[in-house]
Design a protein around this ligand. Structure first.
Ligand code: NAD
Ligand code: DAU
Length: 358
């Protein structure tokens, strides 16, 4: 039995990871620590909440005492650290909380894990690992169309979000270099799939289209992101936990580069195909909904991951093609209207008005 401490497990990727791990493994126990910010939703975990091998603890990763208590009361083998403030637009408006959670919160977790796992001689107990989940945004923006992000690409973050993630990555690296702390880091491209909060491009566009609302495309719509179905990210993390060479970092991405405008048009087309003719929402869904709006400040032009290392060394390859993944995702949102309605009531409306000035 291996004990996993998952931070941020009530968010998008964290909750998908918990479902993925229970599908793939029988001999694990998961403790999910999440402070339930606006992005945390226990509704994502309905299907696992009553399992004997699953525990939820509401705690903030910045709360040293609470985190140390979890380590003292549980023999944690693996930390999978997702908890973060994750939305670039919010980081532009309010950077401080990104530093507090993403940098200081990571420091609290590293210290607590180090204290719990370190032997008297400075070595670490067998079988322990800290998996820090990071992003391709730390590498900055690519201008040469034939260029890719490798693990060796120098860090060049531009937004407060990516700067805070880069800082956290460097802290993890410092623990590896200084203490030989047993850790790995993964830097993944843009994820999409079920349970993603509708502040992010894909669920926002699906939700707006279904509500007959404008589809706000930033700038010229030609910024490029490299999209990966969330289960393929989870698979990569699981493989790095099991087979990753201690101290190494691994890029994860499936060579799925698309301009934002292509994504929006694909969503429109797929909704038109999937929705039955008698669905009253279908008539209003067309490219006429697309509106070009003011660009994001400091908007990175292109991200593209080279996943060569994880593929070559660990045998990771994505299972889901974008064409299939986007259909699965749209169908999921259509079948989980209550989930979306629940999330978009209340505070979300205020956020949307403030952010999109409508
Ligand atoms: P998310 O915003 O959907 O979820 C974040 C979760 O962390 C939420 O459940 C929230 O309640 C929790 N959280 C936030 N602050 C906390 C705190 N102080 N203490 C405890 N819990 C806290 O984010 P996501 O999209 O699922 O991203 C998860 C991780 O993966 C992040 O570290 C992000 O940087 C990284 N990542 C995301 C993507 C992507 O495309 N979404 C890609 C690569 C890497
Ligand atoms: O690359 C990995 C990163 O992907 C993660 O580290 C972040 O946590 C995650 O939020 C995501 O960041 P992006 O900024 O790339 O994702 P977002 O969905 O916010 O935007 C994707 C692209 O779409 C980006 O170029 C901005 C654009 N966009 C976004 C929104 C919300 C629009 O044109 N209109 C919108 O309304």
């Amino acid at each position: 039995m291996r004990n996993y401490l998952v931070t941020g497990g009530a968010g998008f990727i964290g909750s998908n990871f918990i479902h993925y791990m229970f599908r793939k493994h029988e001999d694990i126990r998961i403790i999910n620590v999440d402070s339930l910010t606006y992005a945390g939703n226990l509704g994502n975990l309905e299907a696992v909440k009553d399992r004997d091998d699953y525990t939820f603890i509401k705690a903030d990763i910045r709360d040293k005492e609470a985190i140390e208590k979890i380590f003292s009361e549980n023999d944690i083998d693996v930390v999978v650290h997702f908890a973060a403030e994750s939305h670039v637009d919010r980081s532009i408006v309010n950077p401080e909380v990104f530093v507090e959670t993403n940098v200081l919160g990571t420091a609290v977790l590293l210290n607590a894990a180090k204290a719990a796992w370190e032997n008297e001689d400075g070595s670490f107990k067998e079988g322990k690992k800290f998996l820090h989940v990071s992003t391709d945004e730390v590498y900055g923006s690519l201008s040469d169309p034939s260029d890719y992000f490798y693990e060796t690409t120098p860090y060049d973050p531009h937004s407060p979000y990516s700067a805070s993630k880069a800082s956290a990555d460097l802290l993890v690296k410092a623990y590896i270099d200084t203490y030989h702390f047993p850790a790995n880091m993964t830097n993944c491209s843009n994820n999409y799939g079920p349970y993603q909060f509708p502040e992010k491009l894909i669920p926002l566009m699906i939700n707006n289209a279904l509500s007959g609302k404008k589809l706000p495309v930033y700038g010229d719509g030609k910024n490029v992101r490299d999209w990966l179905y969330v289960d393929d990210h989870c698979k990569g993390i699981d493989m790095v936990i099991d087979k990753g060479v201690m101290g190494e970092k691994y890029n994860i991405g499936g060579h799925n580069e698309r301009e934002n405008i292509q994504i929006v048009k694909t969503i429109i087309k797929t909704l038109q195909e999937i929705l039955p003719d008698d669905d009253p929402r279908k008539k209003g869904i067309s490219e006429d909904l697309i509106t070009y709006v003011e660009d994001r400040k400091g908007h990175d032009r292109r991200y593209a991951i080279a996943p060569d290392k994880i593929s070559r060394e660990l045998g990771w390859l994505p299972d889901t093609k974008f064409e299939d993944g986007i259909k699965l995702t749209i169908k999921w949102y259509l079948e989980h209207k209550d989930w979306m309605d629940n999330i978009t009531s209340g505070d979300y409306q205020e956020y949307y008005k403030r952010m999109y000035k409508v």
